[in-house]
Design a protein around this ligand. Structure first.
Ligand code: ADP
Ligand code: MG
Length: 249
């Protein structure tokens, strides 16, 4: 079932304990090249801990975590893992409010050592094209000169996704992207992630079933640190164990 060779991301038997409590309990999961995977599960299921393990923030007690078949993520630090091409979007947007949308995007290109405004003149033609492409993808082309602080909550989330895209990750991890969004923004976000997943692998953690349905992709249900069910949204929503966990208590 777990196919190492064809997986971009491969987790096998991953266990993480906090003071004896197992946040992840023998978790096994694979994500293919170019696949978008939705991860759902009740509060405390281990979703964020799983992201922490993949990005090197938390070390598992046991288990294998491999990227692209051969990079052992349990032995790399967070910077090295980001360098490999794993980008993570946290729940809270961390854009620079007092700078323009464009400056934020340019800064993402240069990394933290970049200096605003002086950069733009030095960009190459392909870099300009990439910036235009990303602005288009995140639907902020006509807001490029607006201050990031003036954007709506949803637009800030998209800007941050755009900043991640500038680093050209192979795998994008997104934690609860639709939280706090309007219905229209939520729909936009689903479209945006679907577009991104044409070129990259994407792992999306969400609570919102309606949002997951919009993503129209394979769903993994986590519960108590392990996989409870996996399949289409219709399959998992009809699964009796899943119904029990979500509704039965
Ligand atoms: P989810 O994101 O699915 O809501 P988490 O991965 O955040 O779940 O948490 C899984 C479980 O692990 C929860 O019971 C949480 O309280 C516990 N946990 C997470 N991080 C820590 C930590 N640093 N120390 C102790 N317990 C933690
Ligand atoms: Mg969480």
């Amino acid at each position: 079932m777990t196919d190492l060779v064809n997986s971009l991301l491969y987790l096998d038997g991953v266990t993480v304990s906090f003071d004896g409590f197992r946040a992840l309990n023998n978790l096994s999961l694979t994500v293919g090249h170019g696949e978008m995977r939705a991860i759902i599960g009740p509060n405390g299921a281990g979703k964020t801990t799983m992201m922490d393990v993949i990005t090197g923030k938390t070390r598992p007690d046991r288990g294998d975590v491999l990227f692209d078949g051969h990079h052992d993520l349990t032995r790399l630090d967070e910077a090295a893992i980001a360098e490999l091409g794993i980008g993570r979007k946290f729940q809270r947007p961390t854009v620079f409010d007092s700078h323009s949308v464009l400056d934020n995007i340019v800064l993402a290109l240069e990394g933290p050592r970049g200096v605003f405004s002086s950069l733009f003149a030095r960009l190459t033609e392909p870099q300009h094209d990439r910036i235009d492409g990303v602005l288009e993808t995140i639907r902020l082309t006509d807001r490029r000169d607006a201050l990031a602080g003036s954007l709506s909550h949803g637009q800030k989330q998209w800007l941050e996704i755009g900043m991640l895209l500038m680093q050209e990750p192979e795998l994008l991890l997104v934690d609860e992207p639709a939280a706090g969004m309007t219905d229209a923004e939520t729909e936009h976000t689903a479209d945006l992630l679907k577009e991104i997943s044409k070129e990259k692998s994407v792992v999306v953690v969400e609570h919102d079933m309606e949002f997951i349905r919009m993503l129209d992709t394979r769903v993994t249900v986590l519960h108590e640190g392990s996989v409870l069910a996996e399949g289409s949204i219709d399959t998992v929503q009809a699964n009796l164990d899943v119904i029990d966990v979500y509704l039965g208590r």
